[in-house]
Ligand binder design. Structure first.
Ligand code: DGL
Length: 232
């Protein structure tokens, strides 16, 4: 039994869906969610900036006495997760996925698109990568009432992909819209994969504790908490 809490980190609200899935699966765990709006967006930052952000946020999260840190952010995971392989507290990152079979379209931040991780995915699959400059920003703003014209972004893009891989944790908020734009494509994202790793390395909390708490920190804490309460 390990009653320390689970940390979930993203540049903003993107990781709230990961938090929701974790909370559904592990209701008796305590969570701390770090909405790092101060450094938002991550998607155009340099490798050095992202590694510095990853280290400083990791240190801050350790001060809450956590047992695992989840980077609920593809951009941070593909850039900095490898720096934490020897960390005493495991770091698990949400990363973009591709399928061995079928023709796929991966959409993600420019930083993720240029990563070694995605270049490798492209070698192993029939995958087209389409970086989305500013889409995470638009999604953040949409929660303040600004509409998004998603169709316009994908004008001229083939609709014949077998699957559409959402390589940024902000994008699943638009799953319904993506389904309309790409009716023939299956929508996938890397969040589910963290559960396999999770079960292997994380010792769960006292099963007698009924309901764990969720603490929100960082500049985007209010927004993330409101959204979490709306969707959970
Ligand atoms: N949600 C983040 C991701 O999965 C990135 C958004 C951003 O800060 O650009 O990559």
């Amino acid at each position: 039994m390990d009653d320390r809490c689970i940390a979930v980190l993203d540049s903003g609200i993107g990781g709230v869906i990961t938090l929701k899935k974790l909370k559904e699966k592990y209701p008796n765990e305590n969570f701390v969610y770090f909405a790092d709006l101060k450094n938002f967006p991550y998607g155009n930052k340099s490798e050095k900036e992202l590694k510095d952000i990853a280290f400083s946020n990791y240190k801050r999260l350790l001060s809450f006495g956590v047992k695992v840190v989840v980077f609920a952010c593809n951009t941070l995971s593909v850039t900095a997760e490898e720096c934490f392989t020897n960390s005493p507290v495991p770091v698990i990152g949400v990363k973009p996925i591709a399928r061995k079979q079928g023709k796929g379209l991966l959409i993600c931040t420019p930083k993720t698109a240029n990563s070694v991780y995605v270049q490798q995915l492209k070698k192993d699959a029939d995958l087209t990568v389409l970086p989305q400059d500013g889409l995470a920003d638009e999604i953040e703003l949409s929660f303040e009432g600004k509409p998004i014209d998603l169709k316009k972004r994908f004008l001229g893009v083939s609709r014949d992909y077998d699957y559409l891989s959402l390589g940024c944790t902000h994008y699943p908020f638009l799953t319904k819209e993506f389904e309309k734009i790409f009716p023939k494509s299956r929508i996938i994202s890397g969040e589910e994969l963290i559960f396999d790793k999770f079960n292997k390395i994380v010792t769960t909390a006292n099963p007698n504790r009924k309901n764990g708490i969720v603490l929100f920190v960082g500049d985007g804490r209010k927004k993330a908490e409101q959204l979490f309460n709306r969707i959970f």
